[in-house]
Design a protein around this ligand. Structure first.
Ligand code: NAI
Length: 462
């Protein structure tokens, strides 16, 4: 038995960041992780491996679409799926080992195994019971399938199985036009798979600014993805050479079905807290399975906290990381804070889609007076030079004060561009502040400045 200032359960982005920051602030910290490698879902079977496959297949797409235009002749390379998979695994291994190194550097103890909390202040791993003043639930989330659908991770897969398919399928049905469905759908479409996305709602990416979602759908269709919108999937049945997806049109009630070699179920995720013993401890939960916490991430049990996908809010690695850092500060007796109004969201397709703050629909709903500054990448010389001029930047600012309320970008490097708006919003900047900031030429970020200019006297290049 050992005694720690803090034991963190789960080594995903929430847990490992919390541990490192707490150790930096002088706490004696342990992390319990049952996987063979650190990093949680994000590093092992989520954000990082999917980015490797997105990069490899985007490169292939570039060869097909643009190389000849630039005088690069010689035809497209052959895809070696096995090697692409090893490249992906190497990327994952490099990152998970990096966390192990950081744990050593910061003297964070890794308790290998699965944790239970037998009593307040105690964490059991295997037969060992450890003590801690603070215990943090950072156990993340797991895919939530549909009722009646049995995932086998071979023919009917979640994102986990979709990352390691034994071969590139000829056809794939993706259930759910959310982030996972569109990122993984893009990977396989670029590899030649016929991809059909079936979505319950009438638009893709629910919650995204509608104008951006519409442009996104048009661009993805151009890339070969097919969409069936307003369709509720009823059942998925595995057969000898694939699976059949049956869905019902929400408008007409008509039933139809689709066959595919692989079906990807991407209908959301749910908090993963099973096996911790929370019920016996009397930990209060919310109706959708999240752990209930106060503003300082404390549950109703003193000294027991929760962060990340296990609590309310967007299921995003960086939201979990920020909560991890804030909680570490709180546990160290300082004040930790997360600004939930400025959490960016990024879809890593090509083009990327990124957003922060309010959508136009939300501002309308709030009855807020706002102005819109828009700038198309068609007016951005750099984007045009690299065949990435499809898309735009949309900035929303308060009509009276000019304060930036939100930004929505579809275009090259959108996931990086969004951060200058995040910083601006963090400082309560106006659109004019952004517009008056000198931006290097020729860069994609000039499009952000132009959108800010469009909130005032007008963009220059549009
Ligand atoms: P999601 O919640 O983003 O999308 C699920 C979609 O499935 C929704 O559009 C929903 O309307 C649809 N759906 C639900 N039931 C259906 C049915 N019966 N028939 C047809 N459509 C149905 O969930 P997703 O994509 O699985 O992602 C899970 C979580 O992981 C999300 O919170 C997401 O933000 C996060 N994530 C974030 C990434 C990023 O930031 N780049 C990458 C991957 C995941």
């Amino acid at each position: 038995m050992a005694s720690f200032d803090a034991i963190i359960i789960g080594a995903g982005p929430g847990g490992y960041v919390c541990a490192i920051r707490a150790a930096q602030l002088g706490l004696n910290v342990a992390v319990v992780e049952g996987r063979d490698t650190l990093g949680g879902t994000c590093l092992n079977v989520g954000c990082i491996p999917s980015k490797a496959l997105l990069h490899a297949t985007h490169s292939l797409h570039e060869v097909h679409e643009n190389f000849e235009k630039m005088g690069l002749m010689g035809g497209a390379p052959k895809v070696d799926w096995g090697r692409m998979q090893s490249y992906k695994s190497d990327v994952v291994a490099g990152n998970t080992k990096g966390i192990e190194f950081l744990f050593k550097k910061n003297k964070v103890t890794w308790l290998k195994g699965w944790a239970t909390i037998p009593a307040p202040g105690k964490v059991q791993v295997g037969t060992e019971v450890h003590e801690a003043k603070h215990i943090v639930i950072a156990t993340g989330s797991e895919p939530s399938s549909l009722p009646g659908v049995t995932v086998d991770e071979m023919t009917i897969v979640t994102s986990t199985g979709a990352l390691t398919l034994p071969q590139i399928p000829k056809s794939m049905v993706v259930i759910g036009a959310g982030v996972i469905g569109l990122e993984m759908g893009s990977v396989y479409a670029r590899l030649g798979t016929s991809v059909t996305v079936v979505e319950y709602l009438d638009a893709i990416t629910p919650g995204m600014d509608a104008e951006v979602a519409k442009a996104f759908e048009r661009i993805l269709k151009k890339q070969g993805l097919k969409f069936i919108l307003g369709a509720a999937v009823q059942k998925v049945e595995a057969g000898s050479s694939g699976a059949t997806v049956t869905y019902k049109s929400r408008k007409t009630d008509a039933e139809a079905s689709l066959d595919a070699e692989v079906v990807l179920v991407a209908t959301g995720r749910k908090p993963y807290t099973a096996g911790l013993g929370l019920e016996a401890l009397g930990v209060e939960m919310l109706p959708r399975g999240q752990v209930k916490t106060d503003a300082h991430y404390m549950t109703n049990v003193a000294g027991l906290y929760a962060i990340g996908d296990a609590i309310v809010g967007p299921m995003l690695a960086h939201k979990a990381e920020d909560e991890g850092m804030a909680l570490a500060e709180i546990m160290a007796g300082k004040s930790g804070h997360v600004n939930y109004g400025v959490i960016p969201g990024v879809v890593y397709t090509s083009p990327e889609v990124a957003s922060v703050g309010a959508t136009e629909e939300q501002l309308k709903e709030q009855g807020r007076a706002y102005k819109v500054g828009k700038f198309p990448f068609m007016g951005n010389a750099r984007a045009k030079a690299v065949f990435q001029a499809d898309g735009f930047v949309k900035l929303l600012a308060d009509a009276a004060t000019d304060r930036i309320l939100g930004a929505h970008i579809i275009g090259p490097a959108a996931g990086d561009l969004i951060h200058e708006v995040c910083v601006a919003m963090e400082f309560g900047a106006s659109a004019q502040d952004l517009a008056m900031t000198c931006h290097a030429h020729p860069t994609y970020s000039e499009a952000v400045r132009e959108a800010a200019l469009a909130c005032g006297d007008g963009a220059i290049h549009a």
